[in-house]
Design a binder for this molecule. Structure first.
Ligand code: MRU
Length: 341
């Protein structure tokens, strides 16, 4: 199912903050609406953020009254800056924004042509993401054995992408091959993407899923209840994989228990220009930690940390499943020649 659609100047996408209790479709017609949807996590997940960023530029072009390509380009650049300010960690948002803007900067036709070209490029980014996820699923399914129980963290499913999902794409592909697998989903505090979204998707598809709180991951591994871990990624750099906060702890637990730890992500999530130390980790509002939903669970005015992502060093990663191939430890030396094998 398509998670983001362009229909004559309106972007249609589910409001992920309302799931699983309410299924509401957002109808976004302005850049400001798109920026807010990104900031508030109504739209979330690295590959979906990429498509959303591209469609934000498309909205800007669609709504522009510019008479010249220069004028329109100025508006598109402003939109790009606005969108990039919403969330700092998932690189797909930056990658997609730059891809559309780079196309626009070198466009040589008239203003109507530029408008059409921007919308077409955004649509292409969305279509490519969908195709890449099916390819990731196919490549990753080869790693999954009949009877496996796979632990996942956060939501790297179709809700986090344009279609099918990355980590959940692998699980879906293995399931569709007839492999009798089960999933353990970490609830993923503070915003519960695992409890709210991953279980929602898998239950709907009939794939057996068991929900645990994040602090139960060690227990289930120590009891031999997990064969593999598969997660998504927000940014893959020379020496680490950035993903939802708590992924690092899961990776260390998997390492300690000799459980393979895989990351599933498209190439658009790779940012091999930098190392973990150079990446900005989004810090979100304290009330996401002091509250569960609307219920306050901590005293007033308590000090809080709320980093949204963490970095898992590549030494804990068994493989990275992409649309073209699976990168293993030998390949990691190509990302980072000093990586200790
Ligand atoms: O804060 P979120 O919900 O956007 O974080 C999402 C994740 O961390 C996902 O695991 C990641 O984007 C991979 S999605 C295929």
């Amino acid at each position: 199912m398509r998670m983001i659609k362009w229909e004559n100047g309106t972007v249609l996408t589910p409001d992920q903050t309302k799931l699983p209790l309410e299924e509401i479709t957002l109808k976004l017609t302005t850049v400001d609406q798109m920026a807010k949807a990104i900031k508030t996590l109504q739209i979330r997940g690295a590959p979906l953020l990429g498509a959303a960023a591209a469609f934000a530029i498309a909205l800007s072009a669609y709504n522009s009254k510019a008479q010249t390509t220069i004028e329109m380009l100025t508006a598109l650049e402003t939109t790009g800056t606005t969108i990039k300010e919403q969330r700092p960690t998932a690189v797909n948002l930056f990658w997609a924004t730059d891809r559309v803007l780079n196309m626009a900067r070198t466009y040589t036709g008239d203003v109507d042509g530029l408008r059409a070209a921007v919308i077409a490029e955004a649509q292409k980014i969305a279509d490519e993401d969908a195709a890449q996820n099916y390819a990731i699923g196919k490549n990753g399914a080869a790693l999954i054995e009949d009877g496996d129980t796979i632990l996942t963290h956060c939501n790297a499913g179709e809700l986090a992408t344009v279609e099918y999902g990355t980590a959940l794409g692998v699980i879906r592909a293995a399931w569709s091959q007839g492999k009798k697998i089960k999933v353990i989903a970490d609830e993923t505090r503070p915003l519960l993407q695992g409890a709210r979204l991953t279980t929602f998707e898998l239950k709907r598809d009939g794939i057996p899923v068991t929900l645990i709180t994040d602090n139960m991951a060690g227990y289930v591994m120590s009891k031999g209840l997990v064969n593999k871990v598969i997660v998504g990624a927000d940014r893959i750099v020379q020496d680490a994989v950035f993903n939802k906060i708590g992924t690092y702890s899961v990776a260390i637990l998997a390492h300690e228990h000799g459980i393979p730890f895989y990351v599933a992500a498209p190439k658009s999530t790779f940012d091999l220009t930098c190392k973990a130390a150079n990446v900005t980790i989004e810090e979100r509002k304290p009330d996401e930690v002091t509250h569960v939903g609307c219920q306050q669970t901590a005293p007033d005015n308590i000090n809080v940390m709320n980093p949204t992502f963490d970095a898992t060093p590549l030494k804990y990663v068994t493989g990275i499943i992409t649309e073209t191939n699976i990168y293993t430890k030998e390949h990691f030396t190509k990302f980072n020649p000093t990586f200790p094998l």
